[in-house]
Ligand binder design. Structure first.
Ligand SMILES: Nc1ncnc2c1ncn2[C@@H]1O[C@H](COP(=O)(O)OP(=O)(O)OP(=O)(O)O)[C@@H](O)[C@H]1O
Length: 261
């Protein structure tokens, strides 16, 4: 079995000793897009922060590329574990070209030109004058300059018009398909997220309440709604390999309701 790019096992993480995510398992394979869904405050961002090493779990383990996370964030980033925060991380006083040059640190990576051709005509524009969608494209383009192997993308679509989101999410899919990047995508647009994801996990009050192939979640909106609002039946199926901590199942398997509360 190939080593996942990212593996969380039994992760409980939070703030000031209070858990916001409890006992979470997650595997992310090369070229896979995993949607992390759930209502406000469910623990999605906390999961990303723990996965990126920004906050240290109270319990459980996080491994990237087969190794425990390094204590120094820049070491994890250099290995290819990149967090794209929802604050977009662009410098408003600088132009698009200057922002990209800073992110590339002298390198010549031009992948962004293929994925975001719209940026080509905006190179001399100050970022403070870009639309929300354009800023988000730039944030992703900057993340690409770090040569990610895993991208942790937090609410890329926040505040954007649906048409802008529809333009951005396929770029995320093609990052996975063309470059083998593994993506954990936190997203409020459930349908759009499921339309590009391979698998999904629904969180409710910090716990995974549903996990499975994205196609299965799309086909069973009732199960998604139940998981979203924490009313899913309390039926924890035993997975076929007997490892009862495996939260996210492989394509071809059925949806799994996970024990809530
Ligand atoms: N810095 C913090 N200090 C204390 N509590 C926090 C902090 N950040 C988040 N929380 C709490 O942790 C819980 C989970 O928050 P988190 O941001 O992970 O949820 P989320 O699913 O990403 O929500 P949203 O969709 O609203 O962004 C919430 O109850 C939130 O109030």
């Amino acid at each position: 079995m190939t080593t996942p790019l990212l593996r969380l096992r039994g992760v409980t993480a939070g703030y000031a000793g209070i858990p916001a995510v409890r006992d979470l398992d997650l595997d992310l394979a090369e070229g896979e897009v995993l949607a992390l869904l759930g209502p406000n405050g469910a623990g999605k961002t906390t999961t990303l922060l723990a996965a990126a090493g920004v906050i240290r779990p109270m319990r459980g383990t996080v491994e990237a590329f087969g190794r425990p996370l390094h204590r120094r964030l820049e070491r994890n980033a250099r290995a290819g574990l990149i967090l794209v925060p929802d604050t977009r991380g662009v410098f408003h006083g600088l132009t698009v070209r200057e922002n990209l040059a800073l992110a590339r640190r002298g390198g010549r990576d031009r992948t962004h030109e293929e994925l975001f051709p719209a940026l080509a005509g905006l190179m001399s524009r100050r970022c403070g004058l870009l639309s929300g969608g354009e800023q988000q494209m730039l944030a992703l383009a900057k993340a690409l300059a770090g040569r990610p192997r895993v991208l942790l993308v937090d609410e890329m679509s926040m505040g954007l018009a649906p048409v802008a989101v529809q333009a951005l999410l396929p770029a995320v899919r093609s990052l996975a398909d063309r470059f083998g990047v593994g993506v954990v995508l936190v997203e409020q647009h459930i349908d759009l997220a499921l339309s590009i994801a391979d698998r999904a996990i629904v969180l409710h009050h910090g716990r995974a309440t549903l996990a499975g192939p994205a196609a299965d979640l799309r086909a069973d909106r009732h199960a998604v709604a139940e998981a979203y609002f924490g009313t899913a039946p309390n039926t924890l199926e035993a997975p076929p390999d007997g490892t009862d901590r495996q939260a996210a199942r492989r394509p071809g398997e059925h949806l799994r309701h996970l024990r809530a509360g």
